[in-house]
Design a protein around this ligand. Structure first.
Ligand SMILES: Cc1cc2nc3c(=O)[nH]c(=O)nc-3n(C[C@H](O)[C@H](O)[C@H](O)COP(=O)(O)OP(=O)(O)OC[C@H]3O[C@@H](n4cnc5c(N)ncnc54)[C@H](O)[C@@H]3O)c2cc1C
Length: 491
């Protein structure tokens, strides 16, 4: 693929920028470069790329383009990439990378498409879309799973549970395994089996310079260290291998809902209850206000051990307060993992912020409860996920994920349908978080990072940042992969 050099004159640049991305002729296509400039891709160049791919290459005039450019968070659905390369295998990914590099194109990587900050879609550049690469291969003898980058968590859970196995995965089954894993991977099994990255044993990777590498504790160990929490900064992962464990198929579901007016007592009780619980018990807490309702507080989770032991452990919970609803009963693990799906519908507008807490002060609870409000149209959620257990037994610098010593991850998120309400709802969320943030350790989960936090990324990675920069310098010195929680190269 030859590179066409494009316009440097002001006149040419003006001519190109006046061509809207939406109305590119079949013969040429304006596209955005890595540095934010614009180039024109010729029809012949696009055709050459299209012919080299097994999967479809979509441009704005192609059938299926509008569906392919939509991601889970509807806030970003006005973005219009110049090209969407719907890869169907490793060679497609390599060819797409080669083309983007040759033409200096801005690139977004799409796995499951759940980037809250919209990093898996871009305006004018090229999306390397791996959502069609969605095979899961479970080896029940070795207790491992090999997963392509378009796999959603529900498919991983389902295929693994077929053999009574599972690995740590997030709590909404339509989230992608790829992005979730590369940022850390928080889920119900984490206290028992660690974060997803603690079960991430190898990766096949296409590097920004087009090489194909294996990363594991034996091969390219430095890269493997960075993939365990450093996000999509170093290469494009075409296969994830996970360690699986015996789980279920039934686990003990634990759900209690209380009036929102009891929220302070509920959260205070929760933090006391959750101290010194065994790794088999994963209990979170939170508050939710559905649109137009008064809302509720909750304590919920599950127990992975013997049900009778679980019942005994949660006895204090049964005796606490006056729940509106409670359920303690065995449930299929795959069903539990799908339970939040409907409350996280595709295409709504969402905003979220997260942080880590080590010490819980009463003032945090007071602030969190007093400021927690809803509207007729916004769904508002505060979710507390317990850390500790196996997560905390790994050193902060053993993987790129630097928050092992935290006790809780707290996340505020809101969702609404009407785009006109976005400014107000985003601002509400920011204000809410501004009041809580001083009580946190200052760090945040990169998978919930919003653009405002990019400048705090160095601080967030704590002692691991310099090592991440060295890796970036080695594997991606031109910052080809920059639509992410971006580790900026220094070479
Ligand atoms: C409804 C919902 C629930 C969630 N629940 C949880 C949870 O329980 N636990 C948790 O830990 N997180 C959770 N998250 C956060 C989630 O981990 C991130 O949104 C994650 O980025 C989603 O991955 P994805 O593949 O779907 O995303 P995508 O939008 O496809 O990708 C996000 C980013 O990941 C990188 N990336 C994707 N694919 C590749 C690849 N093949 N190679 C290299 N880099 C790649 C890119 O930088 C990309 O911008 C949740 C998010 C949502 C929206």
């Amino acid at each position: 693929m030859k590179r066409r050099t494009f316009v440097t004159s002001a006149l040419g640049a003006a001519a190109i920028s006046s061509v809207p991305y939406t109305s590119a002729s079949a013969a040429n296509l304006p596209a955005k470069t890595l540095s934010g400039g614009e180039i024109i891709l010729s029809d012949a160049e696009i055709k050459e790329l299209g012919d080299s791919l097994r999967g479809p290459l979509l441009r704005p005039t192609s059938a299926g383009y509008n569906e392919a450019r939509k991601i889970w968070n509807g806030a970003w659905n006005d973005r219009r990439p110049a090209l969407v390369a719907r890869c169907s295998g490793i060679k497609d990914v390599i060819n797409a990378v080669e083309f983007a590099r040759t033409h200096d194109l801005l690139v977004a990587l799409r796995g499951g498409g759940h980037s809250i900050s919209g990093k898996s879609i871009c305006d004018g550049g090229m999306v390397i879309d791996m959502s069609l690469m969605d095979s899961v291969h479970v080896d029940p003898f070795a207790k491992t799973a090999r997963v392509e980058p378009g796999v959603l968590l529900g498919a991983l859970d389902r295929a693994s549970q077929h053999f009574g196995l599972a690995t740590t995965a997030g709590v909404v089954s339509h989230t992608g395994a790829a992005g979730l894993t590369l940022g850390g991977g928080i889920g119900r099994l984490q206290r028992k089996h660690g974060l997803t990255i603690d079960n991430f044993i190898s990766a096949d990777v296409v590097t920004p310079d087009g090489r194909f590498l294996r990363a594991s504790d034996q091969d390219n160990q430095d890269l493997m260290w960075g993939l365990r929490g450093g996000g999509g900064n170093f290469g494009i992962v075409t296969s994830f291998e996970y360690q699986l464990h015996r789980v279920g198929p039934k686990v003990l579901n634990v759900s209690f809902m209380y009036p929102i007016s009891d929220a302070k007592d509920v959260l205070n009780f929760y933090f006391d209850f959750n101290m010194n619980t065994p790794d088999d018990l994963y209990i979170g807490a939170g508050m939710a206000i559905p649109p137009g309702e008064s809302g509720f507080a909750m304590i919920s989770g599950c127990y992975f051990g013997d049900f009778a032991d679980g019942e005994r452990l949660i006895e204090p919970l049964r005796k606490f307060g006056k729940p509106l609803f409670s359920n303690v009963a065995p449930i299929e693990y795959v069903d539990l993992q799908k339970r939040n799906d409907r409350n996280n519908a595709h295409g709504h507008h969402y905003y979220a912020k997260s942080g880590f807490f080590t010490d819980i002060e009463t003032a945090v609870i007071d602030n969190a409860v007093d400021r927690f409000t809803g509207t007729d149209s916004r769904r508002t959620l505060l979710l507390i996920s317990p850390f500790g257990g196996e997560v905390g037994r790994v050193a902060n610098d053993a993987t790129a994920f630097p928050h092992r010593d935290t006790q809780y991850q707290i996340e505020i998120s809101s969702g609404w349908e009407d785009a006109e309400l976005s400014d107000g709802n985003v601002q509400w969320c920011r204000n809410y978080w501004d009041a809580l943030e001083p009580f946190t350790s200052g760090g945040f989960y990169v998978n919930f990072m919003v653009d405002q936090q990019q400048e705090k990324l160095n601080e967030n990675y704590r002692g691991n940042y310099d090592r991440l920069v060295a890796l970036k310098n080695k594997y991606d010195p031109t910052n080809f992969l920059r639509l992410n929680a971006n580790i900026e190269p220094t070479v």
